[in-house]
Design a binder for this molecule. Structure first.
Ligand code: HEC
Ligand code: HEC
Ligand code: HEC
Ligand code: HEC
Ligand code: HEC
Ligand code: HEC
Ligand code: HEC
Length: 586
């Protein structure tokens, strides 16, 4: 039974789904909620989007910004047109519109990939010349990434949203495996995309189906690219009243609400924790982000080395600290316009001089070089790693000299909340995230803080689930089981709890109990390799050959080249694998 594996929170195949160069993946995964709207298609379609509902069509394909926001052009044409040229408007889109055709041979696994257009569709072909069974194609639906660093593609299979195993790297002008997949000796298994990825790169993002991380009965998001509504909120009434009814204008909000609009997608922190019963996907412009999520910094980690950190860096700048609320991202950026390369120096110089009004800056201060940012906001070396700020937003006098705070992630560290509104419970989960991310020395602190939290506030699913996992790590299966059962009482579909409790039950000999959990969980999550593999093993132990091979066959639909699974299936089908296996029974 050794091959029945536990689902480490939140997922075992974490490395496999990284975007190119993503520094620490679990951060993206950990906070996802497993409760979600599971409403009828119609309700989903009318949820967030004015544009989609106006058109009144049942769309399963998300619309790009130029269509979703076409109505705005009637009255705001210039903004609309310049905005369409920005990286934000192009943060994602229809695969057919930005398909980089190409071939890539992954020598390690002997797999040939080909990305191409055919008719009106974008395709990813894969094939292994050495193995005629491995030969297929996926229809690519969306690209993700505006492409100055690179891009990746998404495809949907039976409602499961998945990522392509190869990504395009702009620097090298070539396709390659996603990080972490290069050394695999077979074609990687399916890469479920996490809804947290979507929320910063798509618009009107929906919750996945209950008990799944990436299955969507309706559309996963209504629009591709960052729409006007992502920053201006619901524009329905505004349009109906020809502009009389107001929409959110970020600069007219108080500074917390103004900054929240950028923070929601431009801050990651060392880690972040969604508040109890809150999902950051539901954040709307005009609200305060600190009502949804807590971000944590940690003193021993360098902000310039972690994800999406312009906000952190900027907050530490003297410009911001002395100016206070009055200064924001908009002091230098026009969200509707990305200045062309040859006008950048002048564009940003103008922004600097708006505050640095002493005559010397416009005249004598290093006058041979009009490009203020080339000295004060240099590019870091990390330019081909997504999510690592590329331009140094600390705005220092001598960026080349001092690099204080340059220590790297080590063991034993204190988490500091970056915004108000963070609770003891969030802090406890922050340490838990650290522990999950491999800082095992933080397990005791995480366990103690979470246990205290569970005492003072009951029925908190995230806390109970974390405690279940920590208890397992600490070797206390009995407590772990209690925690997972408590999670299931709150959310009978919880993927982590069903998977992990099933493992505990199977290991203790309660095969029927495990089957009762895993069968429905796998029916909802056919693309999750470990779960299918566990179930197949279990069905065989239960003596059900048919069910065992059916689970294996299902797994192979999404992950066709898993040697272990193919061998097992062959074994069950040819009878060389008996069910139940003679060794473990009788
Ligand atoms: C029929 C014309 C019309 C359409 C269509 C329209 N607007 Fe407006 N919008 C206006 C008018 C008029 C104003 C007020 C201008 C002013 O006060 O200077 C305005 C103002 C705004 C403002 C500034 C609000 C403020 O309080 O400062 C924003 C933001 C805005 N519109 C966004 C949008 C977006 C996004 C869309 C598309 C979903 C859109 N508008 C569609 C007419 C329109
Ligand atoms: C908190 C918001 C956020 C989340 C979550 C997020 N990203 Fe990003 N991503 C960004 C921002 C902002 C940028 C732009 C660069 C920057 O600020 O460092 C970016 C850049 C990228 C790029 C580079 C695009 C280019 O060519 O410029 C890729 C690829 C990418 N992200 C993929 C992903 C994937 C895959 C996930 C899910 C694992 C993900 N992102 C999750 C905000 C996010
Ligand atoms: C990334 C966030 C963001 C997106 C996306 C965005 N805006 Fe804005 N918009 C802002 C901010 C911030 C301001 C305030 C700018 C300022 O005054 O400095 C603003 C101001 C405006 C204004 C009023 C002030 C003006 O400049 O006339 C209009 C109108 C407007 N936006 C329309 C749009 C339309 C139409 C779209 C989509 C095509 C859009 N915006 C997309 C952030 C955004
Ligand atoms: C819904 C998520 C989202 C929101 C809200 C958002 N951004 Fe972005 N922004 C992104 C993503 C994603 C990218 C990177 C796109 C890419 O390159 O693929 C980006 C890129 C940028 C860039 C780089 C543009 C360039 O020319 O290279 C700037 C500047 C920026 N955002 C500023 C802002 C500001 C200011 C706000 C708040 C008013 C804001 N963003 C709100 C997601 C968002
Ligand atoms: C919203 C106003 C504002 C803007 C815009 C602004 N600054 Fe500043 N900056 C300040 C203030 C205030 C200080 C602190 C007092 C001072 O040194 O003048 C400061 C300080 C600085 C310092 C000294 C930092 C230190 O550690 O001593 C540098 C360098 C600087 N700014 C460069 C820039 C550059 C370059 C730009 C444009 C990219 C810029 N600033 C844009 C307000 C601003
Ligand atoms: C003092 C001016 C200034 C302020 C304030 C500022 N930025 Fe920037 N930002 C820049 C400059 C300059 C660049 C580089 C532009 C270029 O090279 O094209 C940049 C680039 C970016 C990029 C592209 C990725 C990168 O790192 O190069 C993003 C994203 C971004 N800024 C987000 C933000 C956000 C979010 C805020 C508010 C927290 C903000 N910026 C505040 C000056 C500023
Ligand atoms: C060639 C590099 C370079 C350029 C270009 C440059 N600076 Fe500086 N700046 C420096 C250095 C170095 C210092 C540190 C003090 C010094 O040596 O004068 C400095 C200092 C500053 C300071 C801190 C206070 C002071 O004057 O000592 C501010 C503010 C500032 N610069 C703003 C700007 C602005 C605004 C621009 C563009 C108009 C600009 N700088 C262009 C190199 C540069």
């Amino acid at each position: 039974m050794a091959d029945i594996s536990t689902r480490k929170s939140p997922d075992r195949s974490v490395e496999a789904r990284l975007p190119p160069g993503k520094p620490r993946s679990e951060d993206w995964l950990r906070t996802r909620r497993e409760t979600s709207s599971n409403g009828p298609l119609l309700a989903l379609l009318f949820l967030g989007s004015f544009a989609a509902s106006m058109i009144g069509q049942t769309r399963l394909t998300a619309t790009p910004v130029r269509e979703a926001d076409a109505i705005c052009a009637k009255c705001h044409q210039e903004i609309f047109l310049t905005y369409l040229g920005t990286p934000m408007a192009n943060a994602s889109g229809l695969a057919t519109e930005r398909l980089v055709a190409g071939n890539f041979l992954h020598a390690q696994s002997g797999t040939e990939y080909r990305v191409f257009l055919e008719g009106n569709a974008a395709w990813l072909n894969f094939r292994k010349p050495s193995d005629p069974d491995i030969n297929g194609r996926e229809r690519l639906n969306y690209f993700l990434g505006s492409g100055h660093l690179g891009l990746t593609y998404l495809y949907s299979k039976n409602g499961y949203l998945l990522e392509s195993p190869i990504a395009y790297y702009s620097d090298a002008k070539t396709y390659d495996m996603k990080p972490g997949l290069g050394k695999i000796e077979h074609m990687p298994g399916a890469l479920p995309i996490n809804s947290t990825c979507l929320r910063c790169h798509m618009s009107a993002v929906q919750h996945p189906d209950s008990g799944t991380e990436n299955r969507y009965q309706g559309p996963a998001f209504l629009h591709v690219g960052i729409t006007c509504e992502s920053c201006h909120g619901d524009t329905h009434e505004h349009v109906l009243t020809n502009g009389i009814k107001a929409v959110v204008n970020p600069v007219k909000l108080d500074s917390e609400r103004r900054d929240s609009i950028c923070i929601v997608c431009h801050l990651e922190g060392a880690t972040s924790v969604e508040h109890r019963d809150r999902s950051v996907i539901d954040f709307k412009p005009g609200e305060d982000i600190s009502d949804y999520i807590s971000y944590f910094a940690n003193a021993s980690e360098k902000a310039t080395q972690r994800g999406v950190s312009e906000i952190e860096q900027f907050t530490s700048s003297k410009c911001k600290q002395v100016t206070g609320e009055r200064m924001s991202c908009m002091s230098c950026h026009d969200p509707h316009r990305s200045p062309a390369l040859d006008e950048r120096a002048a564009f940003y110089r103008g922004k600097c001089l708006a505050c640095h009004t002493q005559p010397k800056y416009a005249t004598t201060h290093y006058s041979s070089n009009p490009d203020c940012i080339s000295c004060h906001m240099p590019k870091t070396g990390a330019k081909n790693i997504p999510h690592v700020a590329w331009t140094d937003h600390r705005i220092r006098q001598h960026p080349d000299r001092d690099d204080s705070g340059a220590t790297v992630l080590s063991t034993g560290m204190d988490m500091t909340p970056m915004l108000p509104g963070s609770s003891a419970r969030d802090l406890a989960l922050a340490y838990y995230n650290l522990a999950v991310n491999g800082v095992t020395s933080e397990r005791p602190r995480a366990t103690a803080l979470l246990a205290a939290t569970a005492q003072s506030s009951t029925g908190d699913e995230e806390v109970l689930r974390a405690l279940g996992i920590l208890s397992e790590w600490n070797g206390d299966s009995a407590r772990s089981e209690q925690f997972y059962r408590a999670v299931l009482a709150l959310d009978p579909n919880s993927l982590t709890a069903t998977t992990n409790l099933g493992t505990l039950l199977a290991k203790s000999g309660d095969l029927q109990g495990a089957a009762a959990l895993w069968r429905p969980a796998f029916a909802r999550n056919e693309d999750i390799l470990g779960l299918g593999q566990n179930l197949a093993t279990l069905e065989c132990l239960l003596g059900d050959k048919g069910r065992s091979s059916e689970a294996l066959r299902r797994v192979l639909i999404y992950s066709p080249d898993m040697p272990e699974i193919r061998n097992k299936l062959r074994g069950v089908e040819t009878g060389s694998q008996e069910c139940p296996p003679t060794v473990s029974h009788h």
